[in-house]
Design a protein around this ligand. Structure first.
Ligand SMILES: [Fe+2]
Length: 405
């Protein structure tokens, strides 16, 4: 089917498909029949009961329509065509379609056997191979994966070259992935899958803080720090005071919650990406005090591109997408008896809020980073010169079974 659709494109003409009971033809827009060079009438045949042929041809038309629509070709269906019926030596019904000089109909019906019936049987066989899987959930997930992968291949008329390109793409992703580089999370993020999984699993509701992607730069076991500490040795020219409270959904303070934070430096890089930064630069863990409060000093985060020198960057480039994320601070907040939230706080001045390459922005997570003139508003201890601040309230859902650890 893929070659067939491509053949249409190579002819460079607008076409419509006419589907009759036993015949499908392709015409130019002006109604003249289209002759496809290189297809021999002897190769056109189909087998089976009329009802089966009709069902199969309808199925293949659906596949073809999807392929042609991808090529920008319109589809219309009317009843037409002249069918030739024969019986082969075994008495099976066979035939071919003919309209003018076009022999396309029978080719399509042959494809009906190949792509419709056989593909369905293959999909069923692959799913049936999981029958002995003792893990019911694993069987359920793999069954859906097989079904949808097969549907993807049929819908796109995946060519062997495209399949192999996909294999090479995944192989390259594996090669570039290391303890410091997670290309698979990048792919998941940039395809929107990470946010979809987040949506499925963390529909906040009830006034709780919304979650967003973890991202590829989280490193567990950040150093413990005291409230008010800096998470970097160099506050630079854009110092930021982050302060906030952790509360439950009815407004009660949550003391002793753990607030795990990390962000990028003014050179756009996270410590895990940058050998010139201390491994603990711009990350840390805090305990909320008896009022549920926490605070730390840092630098104002900046917009940054995700790593785009690997397969995912190549995908972004060839699809005309940019690689940028809006400036943000990452947080994971956990407390005994409450649901943990993995989230960001985004800087409202970022130009990428509407086009985050990983689709991670939720309006409720955007905050105003307030700029202060030190002559008017003296900076807090440990900060000098112009500074800015942002206040964050994190709201956690009660969850009796959840431990902060
Ligand atoms: Fe980030």
């Amino acid at each position: 089917m893929g070659k067939f659709a491509q053949r249409f494109v190579s002819h460079g003409v607008a076409m419509r498909i006419v589907h009759g009971l036993k015949a499908i033809k392709v015409e130019h827009e002006n109604g003249q029949p289209l002759r496809i060079a290189g297809i021999q009438k002897t190769s056109v045949e189909f087998f089976g009961e009329e009802a089966v042929v009709r069902q199969a041809s309808q199925r293949v038309v659906s596949c073809l329509v999807a392929g042609l629509q991808l090529c920008g070709i319109e589809f219309s269906a009317v009843s037409a065509g002249k069918a030739h019926d024969d019986q082969d030596e075994e008495g099976r019904q066979s035939g071919w379609g003919e309209i003018g000089t076009s022999i396309v109909p029978v080719v399509l019906l042959t494809h009906a056997r190949c792509f419709g019936i056989v593909a369905d049987e293959l999909t069923a066989q692959a799913i049936d191979s999981l029958a002995g899987c003792p893990d019911a959930r694993l069987r359920e997930v793999l069954t859906s994966l097989i079904r949808n992968l097969h549907h993807f291949a049929v819908e796109t008329s995946l060519t062997e070259a495209e399949w192999l390109a996909g294999i090479h793409f995944l192989t390259d992703m594996g090669r570039i992935t290391s303890p410091h580089r997670q290309e698979f999370i990048l792919l998941s993020d940039t395809l929107g899958l990470s946010m979809l999984v987040d949506l499925i699993n963390h529909g906040a509701g009830g006034g709780a803080t919304e979650s967003t992607v973890l991202g590829p730069f989280y490193v567990p076991d950040s150093p413990w720090r005291a409230n008010g500490d800096a998470i970097t040795d160099d506050l630079g020219d854009n110092p930021l005071l982050v302060s906030g409270h952790v509360r439950d959904t009815i407004g009660r303070a949550i003391p002793d919650a753990v607030v795990d934070v990390w962000q990028n430096a003014t050179n756009r890089l996270y410590a895990v990406q940058d050998e010139h930064q201390s491994p603990d630069n711009l990350r840390g863990r805090f305990h909320t005090d008896s009022d549920g409060a926490f605070a730390f000093r840092t630098v104002r985060p900046v917009d940054y591109p995700i790593p785009d020198d690997g397969p995912v960057g190549h995908m972004l480039a060839v699809t005309g997408r940019h690689a940028w994320r809006p400036a943000h601070v990452h947080l994971i907040v956990a407390a005994n008896g409450h649901g943990k939230v993995t989230t960001h706080i985004f800087d409202s001045t970022s130009r990428y809020l509407d086009s985050d390459v990983v689709f991670g922005v939720k309006p409720s997570l955007v905050r105003t980073f307030v700029e202060h003139d030190p002559a008017v508003e003296p900076p807090p201890p440990g900060i000098a010169g112009r500074w800015c601040s942002v206040d964050i309230e994190i709201v956690l859902q009660p969850n009796a079974g959840e431990s902060r650890d």
